[in-house]
Design a protein around this ligand. Structure first.
Ligand SMILES: [Zn+2]
Length: 138
């Protein structure tokens, strides 16, 4: 007999509306809480690292390697943070300045390079003696 209720349009509509809401509420909520709790911790860590990076960059020119050694994070992470920092300091009317990498053999400057990572070899003389780019906040 109960099954009949499902085919009554009004009742079916009600059930349909209620069901996904309740379903999301129970398991979804607890999972959501746990998820955001963990994300929050991760976020805090990220924020701390970025804050420390900004402090370093504010004081003097530093290379990604120096940052990674000072903050004990991987160089790869440094680059990821740098692109975020570049955007967030813009909001404070500051600027993340990139002093471009330079070829130590022929002096070629990698000025047009948009990415933060270090180029591996010089397009001019093919040398791999490339000076790391350095960064600072102005
Ligand atoms: Zn070169």
């Amino acid at each position: 007999m109960e099954l009949c209720l499902f085919v009554v349009p009004g009742e079916a509509g009600k059930r349909f509306n209620k069901f996904p809401g309740r379903k999301n509420h129970l398991p979804g909520d607890s999972q959501g809480c746990m998820g955001s709790f963990l994300n929050q911790k991760k976020q805090d860590r990220v924020q701390t690292i970025r804050k420390q990076m900004i402090e370093l960059l504010d004081k003097r020119e530093v290379s990604a390697r120096e940052i990674s050694q000072t903050l004990k994070i991987r160089e790869k992470e440094v680059y990821a943070h740098l692109s975020h920092i570049s955007r967030s300091v813009n909001a404070q009317r500051k600027k993340l300045i990139i002093i471009p990498a330079e070829c130590l053999e022929c002096g070629f400057v990698f000025e047009k390079r948009k990415r933060f990572t270090r180029p591996s070899r010089c397009p001019h003389c093919k040398s791999e003696h490339i000076q790391n780019p350095v960064y600072r906040i102005d």
